[in-house]
Design a protein around this ligand. Structure first.
Ligand SMILES: [Zn+2]
Length: 290
């Protein structure tokens, strides 16, 4: 009798062990699923808040999906030679909350005598701007003449050297994929060099974008510069013209880009014109879409 009881007990205990085990298996399964979901959510959160907004990426001929919007600023000749001028320009851009809509086109060895690696303070400044949303991109190696009006081999060599310098300065070269060549000059061979590297090329009136199927999309833009050593007595006239151009560009549904050069924009009332345009064009886009 006792034996029967014992065997019953042991059977019950085995059953309860099995049920506990299956409960444990089930709960560990849920735990794994829960952990997986937490991981996915964290990754999505991280991706959303750490992928920089890149307005140039969306400029397209497909007007079904793309509408021209707020101007994009293209700063040429970003070089340690213009450190002070850059600080003044950035102050105006910051005041107008323009960091993520501004692309800084860097010269890696200005005049063949100003290797970026030799200017750690300027490099640190560019990193700080990069962290705040500005886009560090590529302008040229030495900026002597139309340096990219050359053979593919030379274009290739110059680009390799520049990317090496940028990499040595701690920039993620995988994220450097926009180029404006000095004076917008580039040979067909240079164009090939950049397109093969998946660079989007900005020329004075259009953008060349490489596509996944190896096609190239040519997008016409309105690219203007109003502050090339503008005489002071032209300030009001230039302010008016800049807004008229912007409104026209919006009506034509063409993306408006504003090009500026350090030193040239710092001359006379250039920075005042820049500040006026950024502030007023922002109001203009709000009116346009109301
Ligand atoms: Zn330039």
């Amino acid at each position: 009798m006792k034996e029967i009881k014992n065997s019953k007990k042991s059977k019950e205990s085995t059953e309860s062990n099995e049920s506990n085990e299956s409960k444990f298996k089930l709960s560990s399964k849920y735990c794994i699923i829960l952990l997986f979901l937490v991981l996915i959510t964290t990754l999505m959160f991280f991706n959303t808040f750490h992928t920089k907004y890149d307005p140039l990426k969306y400029v397209s001929n497909d007007k079904q999906i793309y509408s021209a919007s707020t101007p994009i600023v293209l700063v040429h000749d970003v070089s340690p030679v213009y450190f002070e001028e850059m600080e003044e320009i950035i102050e105006v851009l910051d005041n107008n909350h323009y960091s993520t809509r501004t692309y800084l086109f860097v010269i890696t060895n200005h005049a063949g005598d100003n290797n970026l690696s030799d200017y750690p303070k300027f490099v640190e400044y560019l990193h700080e701007l990069n962290d705040r949303g500005y886009h560090i991109q590529y302008h040229g190696y030495d900026h002597i003449g139309g340096e990219y009006n050359c053979s593919e081999a030379i274009a290739n060599e110059k680009t390799d050297k520049s990317l090496k310098i940028l990499e040595n300065c701690g920039f993620n070269t995988k994220k450097i994929n926009y180029v404006i060549t000095p004076r917008y000059i580039l040979s067909k061979d240079s164009e090939n060099n950049f397109l093969k590297r998946n660079f989007t090329i900005i020329v004075n009136s259009y953008i060349l974008k490489p596509k996944i199927n190896k096609d190239i999309e040519k997008v016409i833009i309105t690219n203007k510069e109003y502050t090339w050593y503008t005489p002071e007595n032209c300030t009001e006239k230039v302010k008016n013209i800049s807004l008229i151009d912007y409104k026209t560009s919006l009506k034509e549904n063409k993306q408006f880009t504003l090009s500026i050069h350090p030193k040239a924009v710092n001359y006379g009332n250039g920075l005042e014109i820049l500040d006026y345009f950024l502030f007023e064009s922002n109001k203009e886009i709000l009116d346009y879409y109301q």
